[in-house]
Design a protein around this ligand. Structure first.
Ligand code: 5GP
Length: 143
């Protein structure tokens, strides 16, 4: 058990997406945030919203960045609910390995939910690129 916080490391996969070193299905971008599809969705239309400023997770994030990030999360959540005519939206955010965090750049998960359909497993199956692309377009069209 430790209370020390590890520093942010800019070799994580989301930092690479921000630098354009690896591709993503982009939903939304402004000066402060980027939203894109999760490649291993836990449900139809699962997306992620990240700040451009690097922080490991919520615990070391700048509060001004957090304000912009949650505002963008709301924007994408509303669009995703409309895009898939979802019954609800789950927002998730994990801090450190013990809590289920696997990518150490702050992010919110936005997952459309449907009555009677359980949430899929965390970091499970890689989705087809065509499906991710089609779902991305649906959210973009609902922004
Ligand atoms: P965490 O476990 O850190 O809360 O969530 C990390 C998320 O990033 C997982 O849902 C996982 O599916 C997703 N993910 C991992 N690698 C990539 C990637 O290369 N591209 C995208 N778009 N998502 C990723």
């Amino acid at each position: 058990m430790t209370n020390t916080v590890s520093p942010y490391a800019n070799d994580n996969i989301f930092a690479k997406i921000l630098r354009g070193e690896i591709p993503c299905h982009k939903i939304y971008e402004d000066d402060d945030v980027l939203a894109f599809m999760d490649v291993m969705p836990q449900g139809t239309g699962h997306s992620l919203v990240i700040p451009k400023q690097g922080s490991r997770n919520l615990l070391d994030a700048d509060t001004q960045v957090l304000g912009k990030l949650i505002a963008a999360t709301q924007k994408i959540a509303i669009a995703a609910k409309k895009a898939f005519d979802a019954d609800g939206i789950t927002i998730m955010q994990f801090n450190e390995t013990a809590a289920g965090q696997t990518v150490f750049h702050l992010h919110f998960h936005i997952i459309p939910r449907f009555d009677g359909i359980e949430l899929g497993g965390h970091t499970g199956k890689m989705e087809d690129q065509e499906v991710l692309s089609a779902n991305c377009k649906k959210i973009v069209a609902s922004l």
